[in-house]
Design a protein around this ligand. Structure first.
Ligand code: HEC
Length: 227
């Protein structure tokens, strides 16, 4: 009987020590004392991505990389049907209500042979991806007083496609790279780790995997939040 009690107390004491040790180790593995907890940036990235299909809008860089370039060019050709009432795109194409757009991507704004409005002529700068996207989204907001009476393309996908289409005619602006933020596995990693703790031993491989997962998260979160 006493022997049994000793054994029981022994086990309770032993498991208490193990639990203490494990909580210290797991605190180290999961950076419990690190203010940059992986959960927060992870959730933030997910929210931002959901926003892209909802009320928010994806960046020009992302929109230019949603499809292979050839597919975007093809989609852009259909979007450009909205422009052909006023614009030609072929080299040497006629001036219409608007200027010929051959080679326009990357070119100085309002630098063709066309009687531009003062609003556009005074704008300055080049037609880079962002400027062109802003212009096509809302020409009047971009150049108040412009002659281009076109409501604008509200969808970033349409703007990206038509820009890529224009870029294939006499322009060759480099397409900005876009690296999709990887889904953060901080939560899964933590669960895996804790399963190991319950089992009473920490598998060094599992622990190091958890480390690997925990490490890139802070820098990744830092990079995407600045966007
Ligand atoms: C109703 C006629 C009309 C439509 C439709 C139209 N544009 Fe224009 N566009 C113009 C006019 C006019 C200008 C000159 C604007 C100015 O001088 O203020 C212009 C200017 C531009 C410029 C600047 C060119 C340069 O040399 O800097 C671009 C780029 C452009 N349009 C693209 C488009 C695209 C792409 C579409 C279709 C999505 C489109 N436009 C639809 C009339 C139109």
């Amino acid at each position: 009987m006493t022997d049994n009690k000793n054994t029981i107390f022994g086990w309770i004491l032993f498991s208490g020590i193990i639990a203490l040790g494990l909580s210290i180790v797991s605190g180290k593995v999961f950076h419990a004392d690190n203010p940059e907890a992986p959960e927060k940036p992870g959730l933030f990235i997910e929210a931002a991505e959901e926003g892209a299909s909802g009320p928010g809008e994806m960046s020009v860089e992302e929109a230019l990389n949603t499809l292979p370039q050839a597919d975007l060019v093809a989609a852009g050709e259909s979007v450009f049907a909205k422009c052909t009432a006023c614009h030609t795109i072929e080299q040497g194409g006629a001036t219409g209500i608007g200027p010929n757009l051959y080679g326009v991507m990357g070119k100085a704004i309002a630098s063709g042979s066309f009687a531009y409005s003062g609003a556009l002529a005074d704008k300055g700068g080049n037609w880079d991806w962002n400027a062109m996207s802003e212009w096509l989204k809302n020409p009047k907001a971009f150049a108040n007083g412009t002659k281009m009476s076109f409501a604008g393309l509200s969808k970033i996908e349409d703007r990206a496609a038509v820009m890529m289409f224009m870029n294939s005619y006499g322009s060759n602006l480099a397409v900005p790279e876009y690296v999709a933020p990887e889904p953060t596995e901080g939560e899964d990693g933590a669960t895996d780790g804790e399963a190991g703790v319950e089992g009473g031993s920490i598998d060094p491989v599992e622990a190091s995997e958890a480390m690997d997962m925990a490490q890139p998260v802070p820098s990744q979160g830092g990079g995407t939040t600045t966007n």
